[in-house]
Design a binder for this molecule. Structure first.
Ligand SMILES: [Zn+2]
Length: 177
């Protein structure tokens, strides 16, 4: 049994808390992907019974990720390795993903929605909700004031949700800095 199954009863996310280390990974990867192609990774943490998604770690795309100007396909083996490491470290589970939209609004695309629907429909994964963080068009690749919107995706709804800082201290990421 996978750890994620303990959250199978939850239906929604009403708030996101992004740990500093996860935010730093995202900012770093966005900066490293200033070539006009999408980038992204998985989000690891947990979702509380009151609907707070605690993002403790954000993954990088991984060496086998397929990045194009309008799509991003994660490196699944790399994602699994990060998920295993995070679970060992602090019990974090796979709660969603983040990716960039270099030229369009940070709103889930048709392709994104299809991806989330297929993840939600996969009985092995047991997702009832997927957290999606999308980073919108950047004023400049090296300016870190990124436009970020978090979305709670279920099989029937997609809702924008507020992102705030985490309320616990977490200085250790999974990735080499
Ligand atoms: Zn997208």
């Amino acid at each position: 049994m996978r750890a994620g199954m303990t959250h199978a009863g939850l239906g929604t996310i009403r708030q996101v808390r992004l740990a500093d280390v996860a935010a730093r990974t995202i900012v770093r990867e966005v900066g490293a992907a200033s070539d006009g192609r999408e980038t992204g990774g998985i989000l690891l943490g947990d979702i509380s019974t009151d609907g707070v998604a605690d993002v403790r770690h954000a993954g990088d795309p991984g060496p086998a990720a397929v990045r194009t100007p309008a799509s991003f396909l994660r490196d699944r083996a790399h994602a699994q390795q990060l998920a295993d490491t995070a679970f060992e470290a602090d019990g974090s589970i796979w709660i969603g993903e983040w990716h960039t939209h270099p030229t369009t609004e940070p709103v889930p695309s048709k392709t994104d929605i299809e991806t989330y629907c297929s993840l939600l429909a996969d009985p092995e994964l047991q997702f009832t909700v997927i957290l999606s963080i999308i980073i919108g068009p950047l004023p400049s690749p090296h300016v870190p004031d990124i436009v970020m919107i978090a979305w709670a995706c279920t099989s029937s709804t997609i809702t924008a949700i507020p992102v705030g800082p985490t309320d616990h201290v977490d200085g250790q990421g999974l990735l080499p800095t």
